[in-house]
Design a protein around this ligand. Sequence first.
Ligand code: C2E
Ligand code: CA
Ligand code: CA
Ligand code: CA
Length: 277
Amino acid sequence: AKEAGKNKIIIFNEPMNEAVTQRAQIEKHLRTALERNEFELLYQPQLDMTTNQISGFEALIRWKNPELGYVPPNRFISVAEDTHLIIPIGKWVLRNSILFLKHLHDRGYTDLTMSVNISMLQLLQDDFVDMVTETLELVKINPKYIELEITESILMESYETIAKKLRHLKAIGVRIALDDFGTGYSSLHYLKHLPISTLKIDKIFIDNISVDKRNKCLTHLMVKIGKAMGLCVVAEGVETQEQMEYLKKHKCNKIQGYLFCKPLPYNEIIKKLERKP
Ligand code: C2E
Ligand code: CA
Ligand code: CA
Ligand code: CA
């Protein structure tokens, strides 16, 4: 801390100042990122463990700025939320990921699905359901191939409003996935009250499956709950053969993770699909 006058002390220390400046930099460049075409989408395949085939993808945003370089989503999504820039960015993500899926369907890969991360702020917009409906109509894709991933933290706020919108989306035919399952405060409450189709077990549980008996039990339990409720259960962040085998043994429906495939740009996804019989 620096001294500023006799009794005053500036409470910002250097690292904090740095963080504030960094956020300001991110915000400044984020404002023009869409128009300057600085975003890209990567797609991470999900492996269906019963068919041993790719069943679909999760769209993951990437941002490369000429001045800041590559900025990971964990660094800029919160800034995008604070500034409400997530609204146009989220719309861009939805539209482009669905367009890519449509392209794959037109190429003959007609059963593939697309999962899209949705921010709380998007869900809270009055026109969110309309925006989704319009996008689906514009692209002419059956809603059943689209899954919106929401995180538990999203749901803490305006619970009833959000529940209503999710029911509306479900009625349209869109699937809802509960992302990062098990990391929030009221996972089971959400599971009971919201129209969830898919449960995504968070990576923190998968990570130590082989060494941590508790994680093993919790993972097993989450798969069991999900399956008993008729949901599709997806395990995230699967990195080892051992993790995959454990999940397979307990009949987890799908896995996503570096072991099977990392997130790839669209041209590499097409190559990957074409290589497969
Ligand atoms: P998430 O939705 O939980 O996405 C999973 C993250 O885990 C992704 O990080 C993915 O690249 C990474 N991942 C997948 N498999 C593995 C693995 O085997 N090992 C490890 N270590 N990591 C793995 P990413 O792409 O950096 O995204 C981070 C977070 O940013 C996402 O977490 C999501 O919350 C958010 N995000 C990404 N794209 C979007 C978007 O388009 N919209 C919104 N609202 N949020 C997004
Ligand atoms: Ca996700
Ligand atoms: Ca997740
Ligand atoms: Ca996450």
